[in-house]
Design a protein around this ligand. Structure first.
Ligand code: DAH
Length: 339
């Protein structure tokens, strides 16, 4: 009895100094291990005369339970202090300012395109989506540009195969719309167009266009010019006037081109308009009766006007970008300005 009490007291003293699992393991082996103190006492027990065996056996059992309890309690204590230490270390300082997030920005051409789309949708136009890859038929044939037509040379084309092209203009969407919809039609379509071209400050083999098509009874050139004037004023300011010049496109008759009076110099000539006083903006005209007919629309009943606005030059002008290449090089410093 005294012996076991001594052992227990000694163990309590020892365990109170223990601070980590390693030491606890050693303690456990020393007292409860196969060759530990408790086992030693068991051997002694076996040698005892029968009358002493019982009470010593009991006190050894008690000692074993108490030692086990000591180890368990200590183990929990160590676990708890480890957790506490970890939590202290990982404490989050909620007062530290967060790292600023880098958000992307919309590309200037996209900003312009979205603005134009909103403008036309507000006026009852339907937006149609078209693919950059187009058939020769929709890009040329159905727009009154048969093979061998000299007008095909105006638009140097990227051919994918003999019947498939990268669209040279968004005008292909006129045909797709007329084929699937009967008038009245008020449609816009915006996207990229492609032509073989050397890259320089004002040319690129890929460029943005917005196509406009209106087909109805009694549509006139005055409607076309009024529409163009409206959109130019929306883009460049109420005071901006346009100039209309006769032109030629196989899919319109008559055909025109429209320029905006340079908003920077008011027509006097400056670096922005290359001293011409005007900014070229678009091609347009009254839809050729042949084009209407080919798409299944009765040209004796319906008339139409159409236009194709170039987006790149407009974006350059609106956002003061002097080199077209800057719009296509994904320079983050340029893009950041349009937040
Ligand atoms: N497709 C012409 C071009 O890319 C622009 C154009 C001219 C579009 C007249 C039209 C149009 O819709 O009627 O140069």
């Amino acid at each position: 009895m005294e012996k076991t009490e001594m052992i227990l007291q000694e163990a309590i003293k020892e365990i109170s100094k223990i601070v980590d699992k390693h030491e606890l393991m050693a303690f456990s082996t020393k007292y409860l291990g196969k060759n530990g103190i408790l086992s030693e006492q068991m051997k002694i027990l076996r040698e005892l005369p029968i009358e002493e065996k019982r009470s010593f056996g009991e006190s050894l059992n008690i000692l074993r339970d108490k030692l086990n309890d000591l180890v368990k309690t200590k183990d929990k204590e160590i676990e708890f202090s480890l957790l506490k230490e970890k939590l202290e270390k990982e404490k989050v300082d909620v007062t530290i300012p967060a790292k600023p997030k880098e958000y992307g920005t919309m590309h200037p051409i996209e900003i312009l395109k979205k603005d134009l789309i909103d403008y036309f949708i507000e006026r009852g136009y339907t937006l149609r989506d078209g693919g950059d890859i187009e058939t020769d038929y929709y890009c040329f044939e159905a727009l009154n540009v048969p093979k061998e037509h000299p007008a095909r040379e105006m638009q140097d084309t990227f051919y994918i195969d003999s019947e498939t092209v990268l669209r040279t203009h968004t005008s292909a969407m006129q045909v797709r719309t007329m084929e699937s919809t009967q008038p009245p039609i008020k449609m816009i379509s915006a996207g990229n167009a492609y032509r073989i071209d050397e890259v320089d400050a004002t040319h690129s083999p890929v460029f943005g266009q917005l196509e406009i098509l209106v087909v109805d009874k009694n549509v006139t050139m005055a409607d076309l010019i009024g529409t163009l004037e409206g959109v130019v004023k929306h883009l460049l300011g109420e005071k901006t006037n346009i100039r209309v010049r006769p032109s030629y496109f196989p899919f319109t008759e008559p055909s025109i081109e429209a320029d905006a009076v340079c908003p920077k110099c008011q027509g006097k000539g400056c670096s922005m308009c290359k001293c011409s006083g005007y900014i070229e903006m678009l091609g347009a005209g009254m839809v050729h009766p042949k084009v209407l007919e080919m798409s299944g629309i009765d040209s004796t009943v319906y008339k139409g006007f159409a236009a194709g606005i170039g987006l790149d030059r407009l974006a350059m002008m609106k956002f003061g970008v002097s080199d077209l290449r800057d719009l296509y090089e994904n320079d983050i410093n340029l893009l950041k300005q349009f937040k």
